[in-house]
Every structure is written in C-alpha cells, then in structure tokens.
Write a protein that binds this ligand. Structure first.
Ligand code: ACO
Length: 327
C-alpha cells in the first residue's frame, strides 16, 4: 500500500507583532478580555506588500530543506488559503514559479480554517493513486486583510502566517504502525455557511469583503464536530487516544483546544498550543503549530500525530500521521 510519508516541514511568520495591548489602544477591547476568552496574547501581521505567496514560499523552502530533497522532485503543490494574492491565477502557481518549477501540478484549495486538512487529504489521495510522488502541502494566509478593524468580536482573533510540509510516496504494509498519513477524514455542511463567512467576493459584490461570525454558534459546532471526526479517525485505524503521541489542533480558541483535550482524556502536555503567539491563522494554523513542535524537538520521527480543524463552510476534518521516515 502506498503511504505519503511526511518528511519535512517549515513555517514562517511575518516580522510585525501586534500585541493585545496595542490592539486595545485602537479597538474597544482589552488584553484581559482577549486572553481570558481566547488564550490569544499577540498575532503576527504581514507588512504592506507582503503577500500570502511570500509567506508560503518561506515556509516551503524551509520544508524542502528539512526534507533534504531536490526541489525538482516536487510534482504536486496543494496550497490552502482563503486569502490568495489574486483572484487568479492560484497562489500555488506563484509558489511554483518562486521555486523555479515548471512541471507537475499546482493549485489552491479553499476550506478556510480546515484548509490544511483538506490540502493534506488531496495530496495524500494523489500520492496513493500514483498521480504524484512528492507533494508540497502548504497552508498560508494574510487573514488580517479580511478583518473589519471596527468589529471587535472578530478583529482580535486572527493573524497571518504560513506552514508547509513535504509528503513523499513510500511503500507501507497497510497497518496502523506504518509511517506517513494513515488516514484523513473530511466533512462539510453548507447549511451552516451563514454563521461564518466573508461579506464579499468577485461574483457577489466585486469586493473582498470582511469576516462575519456568530462566535457562540461556531463554538458549539466546533466542539461537537471535532470530537466526532477525531473518534472517526481513531476508529478507522483501530487506534485509541492512548496511541496518539500528539494532538495538533486548529488554533482558534484556547477553550476549544482545552475542551477537546479534556474530552479525549489527553494530558495537556501532549497538546501543541501556539494560539497565544499566533492567534488564528486559518489554513496556516495547524502546519505552523506542527512545524514549531518539530523544530523544537517535541515531535520526533515515529510519533503519531492527530491533526484537526474546523472553519467556515462549515468545513472540518482530521488526519492521523506518523511523522518522519522509517529506519
Ligand atoms: N473585547 C471586549 N469585549 C468583547 C469583544 C472584545 N474583543 N468581543 C466581544 N465582546 C463582548 C460582547 O459584545 C459581549 O458583550 P455583552 O455581554 O455586553 O453583549 C461579550 O463580550 C460576550 O461576547 P460573546 O460573543 O458571547 O463572547 P464568547 O465568550 O462567545 O467569546 C469568541 C467570543 C471568542 C469569538 C468565541 O465565541 C469563539 O471562540 N468562537 C469560536 C470561533 C472559532 O472557533 N472560529 C473557528 C474558525 S474561524 C474561521 O474559519 C475563519
């Protein structure tokens, strides 16, 4: 059975840091409210002229270097974003050009905060089907460009950043002890699109629009839907929570993260948390947190990692990945 090994990852954050205190000097909010309700202390914000493709390219180069592959081996780029540089062409093709690649396929996927899980699933399925051998999977956002800075209920929640991983085809034996992506599980429910959306678009208003969210509604869905898809991922592989070395959750709200860990009866020191420093970076959130923990040595080769995310759509999903290369 072909498996997609995760052999390298990279992350990038814009230099500028916007603290809660600085935000509170411009918006009717406070460090205390933001920290207590969300766990967020600061976020990174892209500079003028710094685009999603620039963040993505930094993360991609680090992932390629970590994987130790020749860039020319890449035959698929799947980039998850809600904040593409341009309406078209895709941001993935800009990254492809930036890497000096003119072969293979490159395209974007749009599943808002669940984007990285969707992109991982797409790339894994290409590899399993034999249509690609080495894939670059990226989550990248300049999400702050979608914010209405006068809407305190949303503008305090988000930040900019990018994360990337390299997947490579490898023969596994089909067991849950295999390295690589064991399975991915995707869901969406378009009936709930009105609780989290952007009030603009090329076809509807001709403008980009701003994020609108019924926070408590999203919160309720997040807890129940993420719990269900985690159960689904574990059951599909005949695994239990005890088999999971690390939970790398979408970084939307510290209370949701803690709630998921509690429900899974998972010790908090097995949960990767970066929301305090990154805020919600949408499609970049999971790969940013994952790569940070690989970089600092917490997540090691052979560790089984559970990733999950939910966002606008509603769209949500989970995946189980044994990191690194077998001996
Ligand atoms: N500063 C100060 N006060 C605020 C702020 C703020 N930034 N924002 C809202 N308030 C006020 C409200 O006006 C309200 O005041 P009132 O009681 O006088 O009416 C009070 O705080 C409580 O507001 P709630 O919205 O009820 O606060 P809640 O505890 O639900 O927290 C939050 C809001 C943090 C948004 C939470 O609902 C949440 O995290 N929801 C989930 C978000 C999420 O997971 N998104 C996922 C994906 S995002 C994507 O896909 C793009």
């Amino acid at each position: 059975m072909i498996r997609s090994l995760l052999i390298g990852c990279g992350a990038y954050l814009p230099e500028r840091i916007l603290s809660n205190a600085e935000l509170a000097s411009k918006v009717d909010t406070s460090d205390e409210w933001i920290t207590k309700r969300t766990g967020i202390r600061q976020r990174h914000v892209a500079a003028d002229g710094e685009l999603t493709s620039h963040l993505a390219l930094h993360a991609a180069r680090e992932a390629i270097a970590a994987a130790g592959i020749d860039t020319q081996e890449i035959d698929l780029i799947v980039l998850a974003t809600t904040t593409p540089d341009d309406t078209f062409p895709s941001t993935a093709t800009k990254v492809q050009a930036g890497l000096g690649l003119g072969h293979g396929a490159a395209f974007d996927v749009q599943a808002v905060c669940a984007g990285f899980i969707y992109a991982l699933a797409v790339a894994d399925n290409f590899i399993r089907a034999g249509q690609a051998k080495t894939a670059l999977v990226i989550g990248a956002e300049t999400f702050t460009r979608l914010l209405d800075w006068e809407d305190r209920s949303t503008c305090v929640l988000f930040g900019d950043g990018a994360g990337a991983v390299v997947l490579q085809a490898h023969e596994g034996n089909g067991s849950a002890a295999d390295y690589g992506v064991l399975s991915t599980h995707l869901h969406s429910d378009g009936r709930e699109r009105d609780i989290l959306y952007v009030d603009g678009g090329p076809s509807s208003t001709g403008t980009t629009g701003h994020v609108r969210m019924a926070g408590q509604e999203v919160y309720k869905h997040a807890v129940s839907k993420l719990a269900a898809v985690i159960d689904e991922a574990l059951a599909a592989n005949g695994l239990s929570v005890d088999d999971v070395d690390w939970l790398v959750p979408h970084q939307a709200n510290r209370r949701i993260i803690d709630g998921m860990a509690k429900r899974m009866d998972m010790s908090s020191d097995k949960v990767i948390v970066s929301i305090d420093r990154h805020a919600n970076t949408s499609a970049a959130s999971v790969p940013l947190a994952l790569c940070e923990a690989v970089r600092d040595g917490r997540i090691k080769s052979g560790d089984l990692v559970l990733v999950e995310a939910i966002g606008g759509g509603l769209a949500w999903g989970a995946g189980l990945v044994r990191i690194g290369l077998p001996d």
